[in-house]
Design a protein around this ligand. Structure first.
Ligand SMILES: [Zn+2]
Length: 141
């Protein structure tokens, strides 16, 4: 079986918290602490859009009652192409939960794919700009 991560602790952050440390609704980095949820999780309120969130809002683990070990096992099952019923049996969750998690995981992967693509395109554009400026300076001389 393929494994998801060498170091589960490092992946815990990627799955469970908003790594950008910005408002998940408007992207603003201007937010302040705004009390705690019943389970003790720190809440924030955005100065830009006024919405409330935690660092797990809009992540794969948002609203999940299960722990990281189950999520890791679930992702390993997905990587190995198991059916959601088989995955549910292995992870120890209901088959409907396995389907829900699959949608959450694929949505998160789509988001990451777009983010990486934008970052790559930005770097390509920067390289192209530098190349064009260098070309201009050599032809002007
Ligand atoms: Zn906001």
């Amino acid at each position: 079986m393929k494994t998801v991560v060498e170091d589960p602790q490092s992946q815990q952050v990627a799955i469970w918290t908003n790594k950008d440390h910005c408002c998940p609704y408007c992207g603003s980095k201007g937010f302040i602490k705004n009390g705690h949820q019943k389970n003790g999780v720190q809440k924030f309120i955005c100065k830009g859009c006024g919405r409330s969130f935690s660092m797990s809002t809009d992540t794969v683990g948002y609203g999940s009652h299960f722990n990281i070990e189950k999520w890791t096992k679930f992702i390993e099952c997905e990587l190995n192409g198991l059916s959601h019923r088989k995955t549910a049996d292995i992870v120890g969750i209901h088959r409907n939960t396995a389907l829900l998690w699959r949608h959450k995981l694929y949505n998160a992967l789509d988001y990451l794919k777009e983010k990486i693509k934008r970052s790559y395109l930005n770097r390509c554009q920067e390289c192209l700009n530098q190349f064009q400026m260098a070309k201009k300076s050599t032809t002007a001389a």
